[in-house]
Ligand binder design. Structure first.
Ligand code: CA
Ligand code: CA
Length: 145
């Protein structure tokens, strides 16, 4: 069994999916989590590749957000599409990243991701409020590979 599967218990995985669902009730933005064992690349560079691989650049309002984790190295990055980046300050992403990393440093990976996801949902609500005709454009399931 790879470390990707060991990284979160089934319960934690479900909690994260629930957090994505809750966050997406606030906003039309789409949040995804991607886990992989490791990458030699800088986590933000790697997140950009994964972002395109998961077709997260295809949302109507360019408001996808990817939480990327290289689980062996405990490396993390968060990446938003241009629709969001045009509106939020860079500080916002740093604050999300800091909150997540702080949990990671104590081994609370699931709590870190949940907190980051929920804070992202709250922030996106300001710019991309939930629409009654909202589509779930991107799966809420955690992807790994
Ligand atoms: Ca949506
Ligand atoms: Ca979704």
């Amino acid at each position: 069994m790879s470390n990707v599967e060991d990284f979160l218990t089934q319960t934690q995985e479900q909690q994260i999916i629930d957090a994505i669902r809750v966050a997406e009730k606030n906003t039309s933005g789409e949040i995804r989590v991607h886990l992989e064992r490791n990458s030699e690349k800088d986590p933000l560079e790697r997140a950009k590749e994964v972002f395109y691989f998961l077709k997260m650049d295809k949302t109507k309002n360019k408001n996808g957000v990817l939480f990327y984790v290289a689980v062996d190295d405990k490396k993390f990055s968060v990446l938003g599409d241009e629709g969001i980046n045009n509106l939020v300050s860079e500080d916002f992403w740093y604050s999300i990243k800091d909150a997540v990393i702080q949990h990671f440093s104590t081994g609370s990976y699931a709590d870190g991701l949940k907190e980051g996801i929920l804070a992202t949902g709250e922030k996106l609500k300001e710019f991309f409020p939930f629409q009654t005709n909202d589509n779930d454009e991107l799966s809420n399931e955690i992807s790994s590979g």
